[in-house]
Design a binder for this molecule. Sequence first.
Ligand SMILES: NC(=O)c1ccc[n+]([C@@H]2O[C@H](COP(=O)([O-])OP(=O)(O)OC[C@H]3O[C@@H](n4cnc5c(N)ncnc54)[C@H](O)[C@@H]3O)[C@@H](O)[C@H]2O)c1
Length: 432
Amino acid sequence: MDVLASGHEQVVFCADPESGLRAVIAIYSTALGPALGGTRFFPYASEEAAVTDALALSKAMAYKNSLAGLDLGGGKGVIIGDPAVHKTEALLRAYGRFVESLGGRYLTACDVGTYNADLDVVARETRFAHGRSLAHGGCGDSSVLTAFGVFQGMRAAAQHRWGSPSLAGRTVAVAGVGKVGSWLVDSLVEDGAAVVVTDVDPTAVQRVVAKHPGVRTAADTAELVRTPHDVYAPCALGGALDDETVAVLPAEIVCGGANNQLAHEGTAQLLADRGILYAPDYLVNAGGVIQVEDERHGFSFARAEAKATTIFDVALRVFAAADADGVSPRSPPTGSPRTGSGPSAGWRPSGCPVRAEIHLTPGRSDQPVRGTRGSDVCRAPIRDVSSSSDTITQSGSPHGPSKPSAGRPPLRNEGSSHGARPSEGQADTRGP
Ligand SMILES: NC(=O)c1ccc[n+]([C@@H]2O[C@H](COP(=O)([O-])OP(=O)(O)OC[C@H]3O[C@@H](n4cnc5c(N)ncnc54)[C@H](O)[C@@H]3O)[C@@H](O)[C@H]2O)c1
């Protein structure tokens, strides 16, 4: 592994023998602002595996943050160890001191294996820990706006494919009904969609069906992907879209919350070849990072929700740009004629055609440039909703939500009606 050739600005190894901390912090880019990305606590098989993950995840965060229109770069922290065994206050605080030592170049948050409550502990040592609990001035469970953003992306895909953003009368198959998936089901049912779900955890399925008796179930993902449906929503783990799945998928649209859905880079083309519209995961699941980022400004759920609403507009533009270019909304990341090498060529996060309009850092073809916002189509103006209620707000787009809050319970980032949802302080195992 050639870390210095990976394109990352900085990679920091952190060791604190006293607490047992072994961690890696990777900063891919700070071109748009401080590098935000959660901290993954995972029992990596080797130091090399941890570094590899940190490098890939931090780069993906740069894509996600810029596409979400946030003034943030991309970074990620990984702590090597089993969170159930090795997570202690001393270790988290030692980690917080390393984060602090970076002086704000890296902003951390939750990810797999870390919770809001853990970030509260990390924040005792650093000003740069976000994704904290509501009780500590944080944003709480980010899955709320993650699911909301996925719903916005799905509505945009429906608009693009069928000429109407409504999912009413469509069948949506949701694979994984944990935090994000179950919030998404709420929105879909509210919108009038028929929903079929599966989850490896039977209690997760039971919770959804108890709340929405009309929701149908599939025994497993293999059965789900063969069940007739219009939209497939992967909301469990990464790699859900493998060749076998894509080959049998009846859906016309794929739009879900899971990170890294494509099993390999060629999967985007396989989907396109079958005429399936793919809504890139890092575009539509950015609601969580939007929620976390808002914490920096004194958390306002209404403001974060309004920002997440813009995912609808950005997704529409991605789909239109992809059509115009004759590529998948998530075409391969390199080698595209549009990426070129001149200053007007585009930075394409994994080939997202929208970024073709963003200027490049001279000499770097894969980094956004600070101060080129005028051409940044992802930075849709955000409506001031500071005085609005916590209900979903209409975006500025003519294609905005068809019925922003009609008949729909307000989305709130607090004690939810989802029976077994973790308490606010224990929420968010996945992070943005
Ligand atoms: N929570 C967030 O804010 C957020 C933000 C961005 C992306 N994501 C991504 O969204 C996905 C879901 O996150 P979450 O927070 O809802 O996690 P979660 O753990 O609450 O839910 C995941 C669900 O998927 C189920 N599952 C696991 N493997 C499965 C399989 N093979 N088939 C069917 N179901 C399976 C689990 O039982 C669980 O119920 C993850 O990929 C995560 O990285 C989450």
